[in-house]
Design a protein around this ligand. Sequence first.
Ligand SMILES: [Ca+2]
Length: 353
Amino acid sequence: MSLPLLVLLSCGESAEGGSGGAGRVDAAQTAAQWPAMERPRARAADQATPSTAGMVWVPAGEAQLGSQDGNPDAPIHAVKLSGFWIDQAEVSNAQFAQFAKATGYVTDAERTPTPEDLPGVPAELLVAGSLVFTPPPNAVDLREFWAWWSYVPGACWRHPDGPGSTTLSREDHPVVHVSWRDAQAYAKWANKRLPTEAEWEFAARAGFDRQRYVWGQSPKVQGRWPANIWQGEFPGSNSEEDGFATTAPVRAFAPNALGIYGMSGNVWEWCQDWYHPRGYGDPSKLAVDPLGPSISYDPDELGAQKRVMRGGSFLCSDVYCLGYLPGTRMKSTPDTSLCHTGFRCVADAPAPN
Ligand SMILES: [Ca+2]
């Protein structure tokens, strides 16, 4: 329920560099060279075994993860992961509706923020709503991301474009306007969890280590964009070359080599990890089932505690936002909801026979 000008909510990744800049990351150094890392996650033995219907088994292995563009907050680093299940596609509106109906859960975007949530914000602005992409009528400076975002009262997962809009005919689109806390609640209900950042990228690459795209090295496959991003001049002109102006059905494009859909573009996906520009730890050391740092730090917004988002969205383009590349990171506070952010889950369940 953060208000638009209080949070970094643009794509945040420019074609010229990753989130933050090299100087920003250097300036971000805290007392330690690397943040304290959480211990590898013990495989849950006390949870109910989740259903793996609609999920893909990702076999254990090692991979070189990180940005091919030298993003300073995403150095190339080696990880070793245990096998895990991951949702074949982003959680859809239909799936989230089942959760909301079963539990009565109210998302952050549906709650009226309190003065304690947003200290200093005038009472008349404390209204439930969410952040919606609104193309500006005129050309804007791409650094002025607030020019294409509007805090829309009444916007939420049930009304993605604001009051009067619905998810009818969009049941198979990814749920949006869900915060990290909302995604956590869904995952707990489903006896699943959010993926770690390492799990997310490992699954996205599907063995395509150190490749620029989740599908290889070329931007297009047989002359077509294989993901829902932005074509045209951002943010004013969307040519919809890929067929979609906003969200697409979660299985609209071909899956990756593991059979997983939508790991590039469509909507950003929440991960479990805290965001820290040094969040991978020492990249010279093999990380085994890493859980990310134990603290959050964002040099772009000091004091804000943020979680990692991955995969990019329909607002990414090859000339503005490279968030749809598998090594690129984004971050936001756990209570923030946006029209281009959703999630998928992973599960700790026995490997398939
Ligand atoms: Ca598109």
